[in-house]
Design a protein around this ligand. Structure first.
Ligand SMILES: *[C@@H]1O[C@H](CO)[C@@H](O)[C@H](O)[C@H]1NC(C)=O
Ligand SMILES: *[C@@H]1O[C@H](CO)[C@@H](O)[C@H](O)[C@H]1NC(C)=O
Ligand SMILES: CC(=O)N[C@H]1CO[C@H](CO)[C@@H](O)[C@@H]1O
Length: 468
């Protein structure tokens, strides 16, 4: 074959590729992405099509049950701690090298048995207005914080979505602050995810983030909000993103504190080049300053390996660990608070000083969140979201949705706290979130920033609202 013939063939191939990509660029990329979700039912008795749906919204009070607390204290007093503790260089180093630190746990156990007051917490939580409404066969619990309506007034509705191992409690401080700000005109909706706290656990499989997104959109419509803002971290950020993808015309803005965009082939190349050649390939200048440690893709991978064991466990065998956690209050405290610790400190050392991140919170805040899991017996159902998400990803059924971008019409705020578990460079985040209106870095704060930094959190939300 002569060279010129080869050249001609090459030219044809290049031209064909250029045409295909040009076509894709001109037409497909410009077309707003259109996603869909299957309608699924998660209750016991699948309703007949003739039955009318129960759309009622019932008010709800958090119950207090003395016998449940007696039982919890009894179990706690019988905690069987492991032996022996490990000596390092002939000393008990009291770090969290092997997992949640024993001395810390003993202190917290003491507090839980002798000082902590769940009854008082329930009374405080009941100063908020709680409701339940049935969607997809499940009673969904939510807190609503708002002001009395004036005539012809449009309220800014904000949906706050928590993640694991957290609860609606995470957003109560924020809600109070927003509600009391002088210009307050909000309708703040703070649900419990299905299978968390007072929302029913699904009785059927398949309650993945996409299905939760559908349920939350349904809830907001039922409350009379055809346009709203979605705000969330952790699973809340993932579910919020899905809401914005599935229902872009209903979402006035998406506000998230964690980005979990899947990496494309191109992004992996960028990461590798960024690692081996120069950070500037991947990161804007301000990001380089912000995230020197995260920029190193390999250190970051090691970090996720050290911190990510729970993910694999919960994505594959949530029920097995669930037996233990639902049976032992102190086991549950250790399992949940390890995450609150690790995801709130700066994570620079693998071998941390004693559960350092916990000092960002009060013991009451930490234990009240655990008690919402303990008293409702929902740790197992809460962990199944990992299983369902993993199955969803593996099935490939929703890959277009999970890998695809938001419509450019949805304005997005991405707030990066210093100690967040995951970090995605802006260059990569932009391909998922094409319309980033607000991108901030904070030199402090972690995964549970709404509790840790409520004032900053509220200030950023207000900043975002001004841009809409
Ligand atoms: C929100 O503000 C209104 C009006 O000031 C007040 O009645 C209501 O109790 C507040 N809600 C909360 C949870 O603070
Ligand atoms: C992380 O925490 C350690 C111990 O508190 C501190 O010495 C170090 O400066 C912190 N690093 C960053 C990057 O914040
Ligand atoms: C420095 C410190 O707190 N050391 C403690 C570590 O744990 C052992 C075993 O419980 C204690 O004896 C030490 O006092």
């Amino acid at each position: 074959m002569g060279l010129s013939r080869l050249n001609r063939i090459l030219a044809v191939v290049v031209l064909a590729v250029a045409i295909i990509y040009g076509w894709k660029y001109l037409f497909e990329a410009r077309r707003p992405p259109c996603y869909s979700v299957d309608v699924k039912y998660f209750g016991l008795n699948i309703p007949k099509s003739s039955e009318t749906e129960d759309l009622s919204i019932k008010s709800f009070k958090i119950p207090f049950d003395r016998s449940q607390i007696d039982d919890m204290i009894d179990r706690t007093s019988k905690t069987r701690f492991y032996e022996p503790q490990i000596l390092i260089d002939n000393q008990y180093v009291n770090k969290s090298t092997y997992g949640f630190n024993r001395q810390t746990l003993e202190t917290i156990r003491d507090y839980l048995m002798n000082t902590y007051d769940w009854k008082k917490t329930v009374e405080e939580l009941n100063t908020f207005d709680h409701f339940k409404t049935n969607i997809a066969g499940l009673n969904i619990h939510f807190v609503r914080v708002t002001q009395p309506s004036r005539v012809n007034e449009r309220k800014e509705a904000i949906l706050f979505l928590h993640g694991w191992p957290s609860s609606f409690l995470e957003y109560l401080d924020i809600a109070r602050l927003l509600n009391s700000s002088s210009s307050a005109n909000y309708d703040l909706i703070i649900p419990s995810l299905p299978g968390y706290a007072y929302s029913d656990a699904p009785l059927r499989s398949g309650m993945n983030p996409t299905q939760i997104a559908r349920i939350m959109q349904n809830l907001m419509q039922r409350l009379g909000h055809s346009k709203y803002i979605v705000c969330g971290g952790d699973w809340g950020a993932i579910i919020g993103t899905l809401i914005a993808q599935l229902y872009p015309s209903h979402v006035r803005g998406l506000y998230i504190t964690m980005v979990a965009a899947s990496l494309s082939f191109k992004h992996n190349i960028q990461l590798a080049l960024g690692h081996f050649i120069s950070p500037s390939i991947l990161l804007d200048y301000d990001e380089q300053e912000f995230l020197v440690k995260r920029f190193n893709a390999f250190d970051y991978a090691a970090h996720l390996w050290h911190e990510g064991g729970y993910f694999h466990l919960q994505a594959t065998k949530p029920d097995t660990i669930g037996y233990a956690l639902n049976d032992s209050p102190i086991g549950l405290v250790a399992y949940i608070l390890e995450k609150w610790s690790r995801w709130s400190n700066n994570q620079t050392e693998v071998d941390q000083s004693i559960n350092s991140g916990l000092d960002r919170f009060t013991l009451d805040q930490l234990l009240s969140n655990v008690m919402l899991y303990w008293t409702t017996g929902t740790i197992t159902s809460s962990m199944r979201i990992y299983f369902e998400f993993f199955s969803q990803m593996m099935s490939g059924h929703d890959s277009k949705l999970l890998d695809g971008p938001l419509a450019t019409s949805v304005p997005v705020a991405i707030i990066n706290y210093r100690n967040e578990l995951l970090y995605t460079p802006r260059t990569i985040a932009r391909s998922k979130y094409p319309n980033i209106k607000l991108w901030l870095y904070h030199t402090t704060g972690g995964h549970f920033a709404a509790i840790e930094k409520p004032r900053e959190y509220v200030r950023d939300i207000e900043k975002f609202l001004l841009q809409l």
